[in-house]
Design a protein around this ligand. Sequence first.
Ligand SMILES: *Cc1c(COP(=O)(O)O)cnc(C)c1O
Length: 366
Amino acid sequence: MKKIFLSPPHMSGKEEAYISEVFKSNYLAPLGAFVDRFEESICTFTGSRYAVATNTATAALHLALRVLGVEKGDYVLASSFTFIGSVSAVLYQHAIPVFVDSDESWNLSPELLKSAIRKSPKKPKALIVTHLYGQMSRIEEIASICHEEGIFLIEDAAESLGASYRGKESGTFGDMGVFSFNGNKILTTSGGGMLVSNNAAWIERARFFATQAKEDAPYYEHETYGYNYRMSNVLAAIGVAQMEVLGARVGRRREIFARYTAALEKYEEVTFMPEIAGSRGNRWLTTLTLEYTDPYTVMTALSAEKIESRPLWKPMHLQPLFKNALVAANGTSEKLFSKGLCLPSGSSMTDRDVDRVCSVIEKVLL
Ligand SMILES: *Cc1c(COP(=O)(O)O)cnc(C)c1O
């Protein structure tokens, strides 16, 4: 019996040829032409003007906060219902997170965003909003609140490359956007990230911080400290090949979602993560909640059949790490966490794989 993973890497076939070009040129380091090409391909695809490739999305988020001037004691708003990598950088900067719960979209609630701003002891500097599981948040409303309040907007689009709202790509609504190419994302370079913005000075500054903050001098001169956050040319070669198939990967993930819904939506207790009006998600992971059945019963049954699944993210405001953090909560993400699960959604899954997953779930639900 073949093991079905949650979201394994799915190569296009061109990756090895591009990597071998890197080897022939001997530009394994430092940087190289594929890093430039990868950055350009992200700009072309998203419509964002500038991009810098990084070794992870967590690093890209850290660069964003540093460039935007988030410092010790500053408040940073963030989605509570997300992955820890979304907010780690707030702590790296010794800033203070203020978490915002979700609404029916499962993503950040614009209404609660307003109350979180009122709750902050001083005006927050920035908001990090996640487009969860590749589905768009109510980004236009969120952007207009940030604009009115004078708060920088950073989109954590780590999971949502290829998702769009009214034809505009995720990651391009805010001041800065971040994508991830970690091993289980819709595209992967084995590990990697990208920071995008229409502000040339910010991206130039991010590039400077990402390469140890070397001043323009014939020797190593440092007025401030930086990080070693750049992506290698070898991994960028994988990224260039992966970008060529992004459209197909989104299409397949959406087909997989459609096959799951066709089989499982007849069960009254099953609810899939919605897609807000005007948006097109990438359906990175198919996720659902069960009203009566314990999701762990389903996960155990799947695991017995060598099928990987996992619970929905545990909200940040419920994490021991953030037990004293400020939060504007309404119980939504807490409920989703207790009732939901992620199904295998890799774009290399066959229809028969999806049917195999469905038949195990149906045996539990009957
Ligand atoms: C994966 C992920 C990250 C971190 O990405 P890395 O490239 O692994 O650092 C951040 N935020 C969200 C929402 C993610 O899913």
